[in-house]
Design a protein around this ligand. Structure first.
Ligand SMILES: Nc1ncnc2c1ncn2[C@@H]1O[C@H](COP(=O)(O)OP(=O)(O)OP(=O)(O)O)[C@@H](O)[C@H]1O
Length: 250
């Protein structure tokens, strides 16, 4: 029932205690929004879910992050496999300086697929799923860097989907996009949630209410409150949540 369960998670960068006693359960095939003021630890948290912080010197954690019941920090966890299951889309679209086709095919090749027909099929499927196919089908061999920002972000989503993850982490995926591209990404999130568990960091309260079923409110490295998005926004339990969502701070 839960795709991810975070239990008593504490994260430190050297002496700095960044995440404090985080407990959060994320159900399958839903969208969970992470909100909170700048510097409260949202990005650090999301990066803990696919062990992206491991490479940062001074990173240390206590507690557990279970993916489908298995602690991803267990010594026998294969981090390459983990990142296949837990994909990530970043704030700024970051396509490779390669063709549109190769951007999506790359991950497949890295994961050992080499059958040409299979790769072509999967590239098309992924571009369709990312609502980009119609715009790029006639220029698959052109550089991805020639696409607009919004198209590049959908390409990055296609690249993530191509390797069939279970979870997609999105760290402010629309912050560099105009309103029309933002709407396209939000529509896409709606569609993708049928097949994927999505966790999205956003500073945009309207976006959180539009796309997510659940919300967690972070403040100073703690989760103040989490639950159904509707409840958090209509009837927050904590005064600090109310102050944040009504724009009184942050
Ligand atoms: N590599 C690092 N080394 C040391 N401290 C870090 C590192 N990365 C982040 N921090 C600190 O961790 C805290 C949380 O940062 P984080 O980026 O997770 O917050 P955030 O809520 O995502 O902020 P924003 O909304 O501005 O992106 C901050 O105090 C930040 O300075």
């Amino acid at each position: 029932m839960y795709r991810i369960e975070v239990e008593d998670l504490n994260v430190y960068f050297d002496e700095a205690h960044i995440l404090k006693d985080i407990n959060l359960k994320i159900p399958k095939n839903t969208v969970t929004a992470l909100i909170g003021p700048s510097g409260c630890g949202k990005s650090t948290f999301i990066r803990t879910l696919n062990r992206m912080n491991d490479v940062i010197s001074g990173f240390r954690h206590e507690g557990h992050v279970y993916l489908d019941g298995k602690d991803i920090y267990d010594p026998d966890m294969d981090v390459v496999e983990l990142r296949k299951k837990v994909g990530m889309v970043f704030q700024k679209p970051n396509p490779f300086p390669k063709s549109i086709f190769e951007n999506v095919a790359y991950g497949l090749r890295v994961h050992g697929y080499d059958d040409r027909d299979f790769i072509e099929e999967r590239v098309e499927e992924s571009l369709r799923a990312a609502a980009l196919w119609d715009e790029v089908k006639d220029k698959l061999d052109k550089s991805a860097l020639g696409l607009s920002g919004g198209q590049q972000q959908r390409l990055c989503i296609a690249r993530t989907i191509a390797i069939e993850p279970e979870v997609i982490l999105m760290d402010e995926p629309c912050s560099a996009l105009d309103p029309i591209s933002t709407t396209k990404i939000e529509d896409l999130i709606h569609k993708l949630k049928n097949d994927y568990t999505i966790i999205i960091v956003t500073h945009n309260m309207q976006q959180a209410t539009r796309v997510s079923k659940y919300t967690a409110f972070f403040l100073h490295g703690e989760i103040v409150e989490s639950g159904l998005t509707e409840q958090i926004f209509i009837e927050p339990r904590d005064k600090r949540t109310e102050d944040y969502i009504t724009g009184r701070f942050g």
